[in-house]
Design a binder for this molecule. Sequence first.
Ligand code: 1CP
Length: 347
Amino acid sequence: MLRVPTSGKRLLSALSGQSVSPPPIWLMRQAGRYLPEYREVRGKVASFLDLCLNPELAADVTLQPLRRFDLDAAIVFSDILIVPYALGQKVEFIEGEGPRLEPVRDARSFALLDRARAPDLLAPVYATLERVRAALPPAIPVIGFCGAPWTVATYMIEGGGSKDQAEARLLAYRDPELFQRLIDLLVEVSIDYLLGQVSAGASVLQIFDSWAGSLPDDGFARWCVEPTRTMVRRLKAEVPGVPVIGFPRGAGVLTEAYVTETGVDAIGCDTSLPLSWISDRLQPHIPVQGNLDPVLLLAGGPSLDRRVEETLSALGGGPFIFNLGHGILPQTPPEHVARLISLVKRG
Ligand code: 1CP
């Protein structure tokens, strides 16, 4: 049985600039390894990518957290690295290690990327969305997402996760022309991908720029803000009613420029942004989302309760969506998630 949230379209109201009490809540990585039922489904397929590409199982996994918790949105189960996969790059997820890709670092490997087959390769994600949309009550929106071009480019260039994105920055500095061609390609394929997700039933979009914090201000303007601005402008032209949440993780004080220059409808705040700064500098201009420390959710106990109260009193008076400052950690006890949601819903 799916829980029907107590007061309808709370997420969309908050995204349109209204203060909603209690605030809507969803959690980044709300589907995933911390849920035993996820681990069970994951055990049925050989690889993580196989799960993302299996609409029946991916839809089931998407719905799992909504069966347990009073969440205000579903987020389609997939990964930001599905886009490099759709461009023909070799992408694998190694158990216990993370993603591994065949690096793109020169004109030759860039030339192998091919946009033509992307719609077919991404079709399973659209099928997942259609299933999820059909299974949920109309009041619960489904969030579609992609990685921002910069963040996806870092994985494509590094060949996986990295601690400082140095190879990606090096390519951007040494061969800005090639790097720009990669960003431009990602802008185009990501716009198509997000529009495909809207056609399949997504009514909110989030752009994850998880590595926005690794660029200096000029690089941030050129490779985070500018491509995102292009994407938002095109999305607004095609699907004007669909709000876009930007999540430039680690952007710090540059978050303000990101808000004014990209045109996103709401701003995802990471854990490092102070609550008072979010409420003074961001919330007067834009709905804010965030930013509980995922490690505090893992810890639970009185410090979790206290911080949830502080967050609600700092941000609950304006347009606000409760979320974490980054994804749920796999070791998180599901009871802590239940506790968090009950505290937020108590308002
Ligand atoms: O089953 C498993 O153990 C695989 C773990 C896993 C999961 C559950 C990965 C591998 N991706 C996902 C799902 C996922 N990824 C979702 C699902 C929807 C939901 O929120 O419930 C989303 C939105 C993502 C987005 C994503 N993938 C981001 C952006 C958000 C963030 O965490 O910063 C990034 C950077 C990735 C790359 C990725 N995919 C997986 C891992 C372990 C990583 C991070 C690699 C690294 O840089 O360390």
